[in-house]
Design a protein. Structure first.
Length: 80
């Protein structure tokens, strides 16, 4: 199975640095790229996202089937 996406969720009540949330994500992106050697494009921040559960194991969501809304209101639907 190939992985082509990473979703990151900030812990509740996590302090955002003085430089702001966008710079925090940019720093994380840079760190991942340096450690893995892969380029990681930043697609955007979601207001919410839902993962559809597997037909084989209904306790596990399927990463390739999801839908959600970006902060700018654009809708993303994948594999549905």
């Amino acid at each position: 199975m190939a992985l082509d996406s990473i979703w990151v969720k900030r812990k509740r009540n996590t302090k955002i640095t003085a430089t702001g949330q966008d710079e925090d994500y940019a720093r994380l992106q840079s760190s991942i790229e340096q450690k893995t050697g892969f380029t990681i494009p930043f697609e955007g921040k979601y207001k919410w996202i839902a993962f559809v559960y597997s037909k084989v194991n209904n306790a596990l969501p399927v990463a390739k089937r999801c839908f959600g809304v970006f902060e700018d209101g654009c809708v993303k639907i994948r594999g549905i």
